[in-house]
Design a binder for this molecule. Structure first.
Ligand code: EPU
Length: 338
């Protein structure tokens, strides 16, 4: 296996931030991964796992070993009258998997069209959009333990999924590398169109008979109109999570800002769109040096060209501070800072 040294990570992160990886290996098989994890040279070294690099902000060079996970393959494992189980390698591009499933009429992830990143990263933060999360169709995943290369299977309950959360961001943070994900998809679709923008877009498209293809196309249209294409302008999608606040805090906020949008959240909490808070705090479309807040979606921070990770981080802190000052709400980054 080729281990490269002093590699620019700029092509491997959608923010387009320059950072150097001291050692860098592209992983094609589970055997290769286990071999490198158990090799005496690399075992003790810090490791950074990269999928599509669409949820990471580099603020420094990485002195350890970068593992770029390219594990391929999409396979149908089994099916019954209602379901089909599809297993994909962690390195498969997420949207390619969505397109594969739609092409075979396997329903369940059409609302998750056009999310950047890889299959392996998807359960890590329980990706979600337009009323669906990967946890809704998740069956199991396989992951390799960093400490000894052992391969383990995690079922749904083991993953502790929540809003943009899983056990791999908490108790097992930095301990496992996801190598495959199996989804249980539906042969008879249940359409998720409660999200207002989907209904509006389907109407604009003149769709009369709902299909998973039509929903996917509607989602792609909405996403391309709101979210900047990282090939043109560096970004990592939503930079912050939508905050979940207590009912009492929400009532206080609403008495001051009657138009504040909200959604119910677990444990009696209320979810408030961070994009709204950031826009109301005056940041939408603002540019600060090489960085900025996207003009179509205030939840997205962008690299206008030559930004460093530190500049983006500073902008995120300024946004956090002004939202905290104006609304008393603390925004939490969704993006992982390295
Ligand atoms: N809003 C504003 N101004 C903005 C952006 C949003 O006022 O600039 C308000 C509007 O009231 C809007 C509401 O926020 O109705 C919700 O906005 P949007 O539908 O764009 O969704 P979001 O809550 O900002 C979340 C996800 C997105 C996902 C969409 C659709 C998070 C952190 N983000 O964004 O996920 O695509 O919902 O389901 O939960 C991502 O994680 O990278 C991502 C793009």
């Amino acid at each position: 296996m080729l281990i490269q040294e002093n590699i620019s990570l700029k092509p491997y992160n959608t923010f387009g931030i320059e950072a150097i990886g001291r050692y860098f290996a592209e992983i094609q098989t589970i055997d290769e991964l286990q071999e490198i994890l158990t090799s005496p040279v690399y075992q003790a070294m810090d490791k950074l796992v990269l999928g599509g690099g669409s949820n990471v902000l580099f603020t420094r060079n990485f002195e350890g070993l970068v593992l770029k996970i390219n594990l391929p393959g999409i396979n149908t494992l089994r099916e019954d009258d209602e379901h089909v189980w599809v297993k994909a390698g962690a390195g498969v591009n997420w949207h390619d998997l969505v397109m594969h499933c739609i092409g075979h009429n396997y329903a369940g992830i059409e609302n998750l069209s056009l999310i950047w990143g890889t299959v392996g990263a998807a359960p890590m933060q329980n990706i979600g959009a337009y009323g669906v999360e990967i946890k809704d169709v998740f069956e199991e995943l396989e992951a390799v333990r960093l400490s000894d290369g052992a391969l383990h299977t995690f079922r749904h309950a083991d993953c502790h999924f929540g809003y943009r959360e899983s056990i791999f961001k908490h108790d097992l943070k930095g301990q496992y590398i996801i190598v495959s994900v199996t989804l249980r998809l539906n042969k008879k679709p249940t359409f998720h169109t409660s999200y207002g923008a989907i209904q509006v877009t389907l109407r604009e498209m003149g769709v009369e008979h709902l299909t998973i293809q039509a929903i996917s196309e509607a989602v792609c249209r909405i996403r391309t109109s709101k979210l900047p294409d990282p090939h043109q302008i560096g970004n990592a999608g939503s930079f912050f999570k939508n905050p979940e606040i207590s009912q009492a805090d929400f009532e206080r906020l609403k008495s001051q800002y009657p138009n504040v949008p909200s959604y119910p959240a677990p444990d009696g909490k209320v979810k408030v769109p961070a994009g709204w808070l950031i826009e109301q705090a005056g940041w939408k479309g603002k540019r600060v040096g090489n960085t900025g807040v996207h003009a179509q979606q205030a939840l997205v921070l962008v690299n206008h060209g030559q930004a460093t990770g530190d500049e983006i981080k500073r902008l995120s802190e300024q946004v956090q501070a002004s939202v905290a000052e104006k609304f008393g709400v603390k925004l939490q980054a969704e993006v992982n800072l390295v």
